[in-house]
Design a protein around this ligand. Structure first.
Ligand code: BES
Ligand code: MN
Ligand code: MN
Length: 473
């Protein structure tokens, strides 16, 4: 670490030493979890997904938690509890053990579920699907609990752990589970490690996330696939018709054309804009990391503004007709696309959805019809930037990094944060240890071992600060 031990409270020192002394074993456990292909969106992997849940529950039971795998209508949840000293806060730690599909497989340099450790810009990294999102990150708090327990025999706060197995597939069972277990989950605050640091040396607390609305749309034309010579020129081609409609989603300046799309969008304040500017974000480096030489988007707005505070409409997939080897002369019966909108405060997801439906209906090509399958919608969320719990987390991060955390937004979405706020009435503190070049959801996803280690140490230090609240309350 770059920090001097002087900034670290006495009681943490032996725990941090334990973290360092047992880091190899922590790393081995991470590799073990990464070997389980818990792809939640693909029913073929349901057994593996459950195996990952069982693995997590076993690890938590090993370090003294009352841990169980709880069935849902979909993939199971892992729920684990550990009592704390009287007066100490009740903390809920959330993570997800499911991962995105590894596709496209041919772009991986090693097998996605055979993790490899290799040299990186920051020392060493582990490459595997789920390394940063979220298996490696959820283990940062589990390993912190382990080290604390090994040194002190108990934990300094009452702790409940909730690990979800459907985060990457829209959390279909989450709301019902929260309803059914509201008493068990009732806590003072939730901690989530499923986001990014500012950079490898600078911790960050994410205080805003964009929402998400996702739909699959299909344009139906002819009743069946047609010979493009016999029918071509005389009937509509659904692929051509669909792409013409989709091309109208944005104007030439990238402004989304869905009716009412920007009506409820809240502009950020001058203070916020200044704070974001003061972060000194490297736009050129950011786009270079994506293999590009410039950013695009709404005029007159910085990259941080565009990704943290502006809504988008994106095409995530498009298909239709013949896409196999060679040529096939066909006019397909239908063409499809996956469309998603990132939402910001104060957009109402169902109003945006209605707007999207109107946009499509007003442009229905002659003789065609739309079929729309919604995949769920989540509003944008914000969490408080001031609270005694947040102060404790800040103090812990300062101790662990020798540097205070910066407050950041994020363009990504974590549905559970809004569900906790709305259904159970508590807030979350998002302290993540990913880096922007970790290739979340992409081939060759990785997690820096330095971030893993720093994440564990940070959770140890934050635990210490939360524990100290007992004495002061
Ligand atoms: N961990 C990510 C979200 C994230 C990434 C937050 C980086 C902050 C920084 C999460 O697993 C995720 O991928 N969420 C999905 C939404 C979900 C409903 C599929 C997303 O943002 O696309
Ligand atoms: Mn995640
Ligand atoms: Mn994800």
């Amino acid at each position: 670490m770059t920090t001097s031990n002087a900034a670290i409270p006495e009681s943490l020192v032996p725990v941090l030493e334990q973290v360092d002394a047992t880091l190899d074993a922590s790393r081995e456990r991470m590799l073990e979890l990464l070997r389980i292909p818990s792809i939640s969106t693909d029913p073929e992997y349901a057994g593996e997904t459950r195996r990952a849940a069982e693995w997590c529950a076993r690890e938590l039971a090993d370090i003294g938690f009352d841990a169980s795998v709880r069935d849902t209508a979909g993939h199971p949840m892992v729920l684990a509890k550990n009592d704390g000293p009287p007066g100490a806060p009740h903390l809920l730690y959330y993570g997800h053990y499911d991962v995105q599909p590894p596709d496209p497989l041919d772009l991986w340099h090693s097998a996605p579920f055979e993790p490899v450790v290799m040299a990186s810009d920051h020392g060493e990294k582990v490459v595997a699907r789920g390394a940063v999102d979220d298996k490696g990150q959820l283990l940062t708090f589990v390993e912190a609990f382990r080290a604390w327990r090994e040194v002190h025999g108990t934990l300094p706060a009452r702790i409940t752990v909730l690990l979800e197995g459907e985060e990457e597939s829209g959390s279909p069972s989450l709301d019902a589970f929260l309803e059914a277990h509201r008493d068990e989950l009732d806590c003072d605050v939730c901690l989530i490690s499923d986001s990014d640091m500012w950079d490898v040396d600078t911790p960050a607390i994410t205080y805003m996330l964009r929402g998400l609305l996702y739909a699959q749309i299909r344009l139906h034309g002819p009743s069946h696939d047609l010979h493009s010579g016999i029918y071509g020129g005389a009937v509509i081609n659904p692929i051509t018709a669909l792409t013409r409609v989709l091309a109208q989603l944005h104007d030439d300046d990238g402004v989304v054309q869905i009716p009412g799309f920007y009506d409820d969008v809240r502009e950020i304040g001058d203070d916020e804009r200044r704070q974001w500017q003061s972060l000194g974000f490297d736009e050129q480096g950011f786009v270079a990391g994506a293999g590009l030489d410039r950013s695009t988007g709404e005029h007159g707005r910085s990259v941080l503004e565009r990704t943290w505070s502006r809504p988008t409409c994106e095409l995530n997939g498009i298909w239709g007709g013949y896409i196999g080897e060679g040529a096939k002369t066909v006019i397909p019966a239908h063409a499809s696309a996956k469309v998603s909108c990132r939402l910001v405060a104060d957009q109402d997801p169902s109003a945006v959805y209605d707007g999207l439906m109107r946009f499509l209906e007003e442009r229905t090509p002659p003789g065609c019809r739309w079929e729309v399958t919604p995949f769920g919608m989540e509003p944008a969320i914000r969490v408080p930037t001031e609270s005694r719990y947040l102060e404790a987390a800040r103090a812990g991060l300062l101790a662990a990094f020798g540097k205070p955390p910066v407050l950041i937004g994020s363009g990504g979405s974590i549905p559970v944060v809004g569900a906790f706020q709305k259904k159970l009435g508590f807030d979350s503190i998002l302290v993540g240890f990913g880096l922007e070049d970790d290739r979340m959801h992409s081939p060759n996803e990785k997690f820096e071992l330095k971030c893993f280690e720093r994440g564990i140490r940070a959770h140890v230090a934050m635990l210490g600060s939360f524990g100290a609240m007992a004495a002061s309350s």
